[in-house]
Design a protein. Structure first.
Length: 439
């Protein structure tokens, strides 16, 4: 069943159940059987190359970008699968950081469409994209695949792969309706990516959660576990021009004054996870020049990304309390301004707008333009506005994110700042509007 073009193929893809757009309130009958079936029919492309598998409540996308760059700097061909995308679905499937081109994406989707009638039941949209990524990486004969979990770990579509290295960046509250109400539930689900003989890197530091992951790793037969604090750490983390200057201690050695061209102290922690994961992959430390070259090339759009000056315009995909905590800290430490700050904020359902907005207040943000993210899961703007009003913030409601950006820009002087946050859907729309205005 060939498609006329990529738009036709994407329409077919979008016709499948999309849990990213309509997150279920609970997980019923979790299974990887559909993914195992399609992988078998495709010839097991998920086993064609070793995998670095990453999960975590926050930071996994940035860590995946760093791991990709470090592996590429060592001369490997690297495939990377991440989610969600900002602008185009092609962004999710990349080689050396370059998104899959339209022709290649069309080819893999056509293969899956022809295969679908042979399956015992239809795949979801995310399962199809995961299958497309593994198929493309096998076709490209990559040396290693860096694979980011969608949600959780144990029952995520990506978990058909057996990660040679399994990374858990951190554990905090998110997707509790699906993963469970407690941090222990969430950590248990995420530890499901640990497999026999895998080397495990744990960025979480809460003793009870680390102990839970250790027990899971032992039960799974993991070869090794390295935990932040005990086995690796960011020993210095300083603001620098264009990012952070960090010192990292790893099981294999130490790396001094590494320039990470990303804002926020949390990126120093992500850098230590990434370095440790790549050391685990190679079984040896990395040369300092390789590390410097790799980090210099790292780019993570939509994560404390500066897209405008005079006034400063900052985009950040902080979409939960933990993410908003690090954003608030970074606004004070990394990108301070003399003038007023206005935040463009929109959130998805299941978030706590009071807790998230209160964190913006700690960073001195007292004015917000509330909008509605373009998602079926969007929290209506008036709901967020009511929370902001209750906190004593100066509130304006402008439903569309692009219009909310223009409203915010009109309210700050050249020495001020506009911050777009609360949802990657908002960040994507604002980023698109900034690019359009720059043309």
């Amino acid at each position: 069943m060939p498609f006329d073009d990529l738009a036709d193929a994407l329409a077919w893809l979008d016709g499948h159940v999309n849990f990213e757009a309509t997150m279920p309130s609970r997980r019923s009958l979790p299974t990887l059987d559909r993914m195992r079936e399609v992988m078998s029919l495709l010839g097991d492309p998920h086993r064609a190359a070793p995998v670095v598998h990453l999960t975590g409540t926050n930071g996994k996308g940035s860590t995946a970008a760093m791991v990709t760059s470090l592996l590429a700097a060592r001369g490997l061909s690297v495939g990377t699968y991440t989610s969600p995308n900002l602008h185009r679905v092609n962004e999710r499937i990349a080689r050396h950081g370059v998104p899959i081109d339209d022709d290649a994406l069309l080819d893999v989707l056509e293969t899956l469409a022809r295969l679908e009638p042979l399956l015992s039941e239809p795949l979801t949209r995310f399962e199809l994209l995961t299958a497309a990524a593994f198929l493309h990486f096998a076709d490209e004969a990559v040396d290693v695949a860096v694979v980011e979990v969608g949600v959780g770990g144990r029952w995520d579509s990506t978990n058909v792969a057996d990660g040679d290295v399994a990374v858990i960046t951190n554990v905090s509250y998110d997707h509790t309706d699906v993963l469970g109400p407690t941090l222990e539930d969430i950590a248990s689900d995420k530890s499901g990516i640990v497999k026999a003989r895998s080397r495990v890197v744990v960025g979480e530091t809460a003793p009870a959660l680390v102990s839970l992951v250790r027990d899971a790793a032992r039960s799974a037969g993991a070869a090794q576990l390295w935990a932040r604090g005990d086995d690796f750490a960011t020993t210095a983390n300083r603001v620098a021009v264009g990012g952070r200057l960090v010192d990292v201690r790893t099981p294999g050695g130490a790396y001094g004054e590494v320039l990470v061209p990303l804002h926020g102290s949390h990126q120093g922690d992500n850098a230590s996870c990434a370095l440790t994961a790549v050391e685990a992959f190679f079984g040896a430390p990395l040369d300092a020049d390789v590390v410097d070259e790799a980090f210099a090339a790292v780019r993570v759009p939509g994560r404390l990304e500066v897209v405008g000056r005079h006034p400063l315009v900052v985009l950040d995909g902080a979409h939960n309390v933990a993410g908003m905590t690090v954003l608030a800290r970074a606004l004070v430490e990394d990108v301070p301004v003399l003038g007023e700050t206005v935040a463009v904020v929109g959130m998805l359902g299941g978030r706590d707008p009071v807790a998230m907005l209160d964190l913006l207040l700690t960073a001195g943000v007292r004015a917000v333009v509330v909008c509605t993210p373009p998602s079926p899961r969007a929290l209506a703007a008036p709901v967020v506005a009511e929370a902001a009003t209750g906190l004593g913030m100066d509130v304006t409601v402008v439903d569309a994110p692009a219009d909310a950006l223009r409203e915010a820009l009109g309210r700050v002087a050249a020495d001020g700042r506009v911050v777009a946050c609360g949802s990657l859907y908002v960040v994507a729309e604002v980023r698109r509007a900034v690019a359009a205005d720059a043309v």
